[in-house]
Write a protein that binds this ligand. Structure first.
Ligand SMILES: [Zn+2]
Length: 533
């Protein structure tokens, strides 16, 4: 502990002298992030939006928003357009302004028309039919003549949730359908969505039709607003504000190093711990806002490289060097002292978990490792910091060696970190045998005695022995105790991958009086903080 304090004071002095935040080129960092809300197997068929101030909607390129129209409706639903949906195309324009004034004029005259992005133009549409003849009749008999059109299979539509009235059609697959609060100029204006991630969010939403009948939903949110939600999901909002600032800088670095990380689904970062936990505006304490606002634009660099500021919950007495977890060494992700962390008194800091042989077999089979029934799990090699870096799983049909992070993830239900020991449940004890010498008779473990062979050489014996005194024979078998022989016991410390910042370590350092810059520089060796915007 003393040595660690000494190091920190030294680091504090060095960086106090050399590190006033300097400014880097802000243009290289996006203002907004695209955060995946519903996607992949969790994509949805419809999303309901609520806004007491009304909505603005239009097209989204992912980077830019092209507003089409603002409405006062307070409840809308976005879905795929039904297959064989027909509408009437009345007119098309080169800009939203002309389109909107024509829509206003026609609606005032008693018609019911709405905007559409169709054939790369700002269009005035009307009607909503399931067969072409009805659309044709409407097109020929309405006060303004139009043309019946069928939208494509990837078209999306907005309807008023209460009366089903169509409000917008988006039929250009290279753009997403964007939904914002009517005050879309305020990027922090709020919208409420339905579904498993329901609640209120800052920024806007992009709906995309990427596969089948489902919708991918992406939150387009300013980076700093995104951080309000991440900081209070990744740390308790009640923690010391300096710890929350550490989390804010790490989360900003992490997010900006993951632009396009989920590009196959059309966004940067997802809302789960795959990237960083993110959700609604709930639970954002005053300290969380302070932590984000007072570190606004601050990023951690190693030289001119943006630091990949990975972190995890707790790590025990030392953090881990990245090469023992993900293979490639990074000069700023090396093992450092973590003795401020009160590992013994935090959730899942010290843990013991059990795994039966049959469950281990199930896991191996489900991952495609067909080694038969698991018979043993052996930690073959440890890093200098005590984390398992080579794990052998033996089975009745072979064995499989796991290395580095997979030593934690293969049996993740029994291993919260890589820092553990594993033993086969049940300790095998050799039988106790009676041994007579000139001093009398003693009871000794078979492992500590030898027998004389035919040529008078002492030889050790093991397993089951049969003894005789010339009158009767006695069988002595090894006994198994201390647990179920069909169960492996994992005992370890820390929760997570163990590289970079320990969240509980940062909490303890903040409570001990360290500032967020000192804490960051402690966990990310040789780095410096610069203000990007
Ligand atoms: Zn992710």
């Amino acid at each position: 502990m003393k040595r660690f304090i000494g190091i920190c004071i030294l680091i504090t002095l060095i960086f106090t002298l050399s590190l006033c935040p300097t400014t880097v080129n802000a243009a290289q960092y996006p203002d907004t992030l695209r955060v995946g809300i519903y996607y992949g197997s969790a994509a949805v068929t419809a999303v309901d939006f609520k806004s007491s101030e009304g909505f603005s909607f239009g097209a989204s390129s992912g980077k830019d928003y092209f507003p089409f129209r603002t409405v006062s409706n307070t409840n809308i639903t976005v879905t795929k357009s039904p297959v064989c949906a027909y509408h009437v195309l009345y007119e098309s324009y080169n800009n939203a302004e002309e389109m909107n004034s024509r829509i206003d004029a026609l609606n005032s005259s008693g018609m019911s028309v709405f905007p559409a992005f169709y054939n790369s133009a700002y269009c005035v549409f009307g009607g909503n039919f399931s067969n072409q003849n009805d659309a044709l009749w409407e097109a020929e008999n309405s006060p303004v003549k139009g043309t019946p059109v069928a939208v494509s299979a990837t078209a999306l539509q907005i309807k008023d949730s209460s009366n089903g009235q169509v409000l917008f059609i988006m039929d250009i697959p290279s753009y997403g359908l964007a939904v914002y609060n009517a005050n879309y100029h305020n990027p922090d204006a709020l919208l409420t969505i339905s579904g498993s991630a329901s609640g209120t969010y800052r920024g806007g939403f992009e709906c995309k039709s990427l596969s089948g009948d489902s919708l991918t939903l992406v939150n387009i949110v300013p980076v700093e607003s995104y951080l309000y939600s991440v900081v209070c999901r990744e740390m308790s909002p009640s923690w010391h504000v300096e710890a929350l600032k550490v989390q804010a800088v790490c989360a900003r670095n992490f997010a900006l190093s993951r632009i396009n990380y989920h590009k196959q689904n059309g966004f940067d970062v997802c809302r789960t711990v795959c990237c960083q936990a993110y959700s609604t505006t709930a639970d954002q304490s005053k300290n969380v806002h302070t932590a984000v606002d007072e570190t606004r634009g601050e990023l951690l660099f190693y030289g001119s490289d943006l630091v990949q500021a990975v972190y995890s919950s707790s790590m025990g007495s030392t953090t881990e060097s990245v090469e023992y977890v993900w293979g490639t060494p990074f000069p700023y992700l090396v093992s450092v002292d973590n003795s401020y962390e009160d590992t013994a008194n935090i959730n899942n800091g010290i843990w013991t978990k059990k795994l039966t042989k049959s469950r281990a077999t199930e896991i191996m089979n489900s991952r495609g490792y067909n080694i038969g029934n698991v018979t043993d799990i052996i930690a073959l090699e440890y890093s200098p910091n005590g984390r398992v870096i080579k794990l052998c799983v033996k089975g009745t049909n072979g064995e499989k060696i796991f290395e580095r992070e997979s030593c934690r993830t293969i049996f993740s239900e029994a291993t919260y970190s890589q820092k553990y020991t594993v033993s086969a449940g049940g300790i095998t004890t050799p039988p106790i045998v009676s041994v007579a010498d000139s001093n009398g008779t003693k009871s000794l473990s078979l492992s500590s005695v030898a027998v004389l062979s035919g040529n008078n050489h002492p030889e050790s014996v093991s397993g089951t022995v049969v003894a005789t005194d010339g009158k009767a024979t006695t069988t002595h078998r090894p006994t198994t105790s201390g647990g179920d022989p069909d169960t492996f016991v994992f005992s370890g410390e820390g929760w997570g991958h163990g590289v970079g910042m320990s969240q509980y370590g940062a909490k303890a350092m903040a409570e001990a009086g360290f500032g967020y810059q000192d804490i960051l520089k402690h966990y990310y060796t040789g780095t410096n903080i610069q203000k990007a915007y």
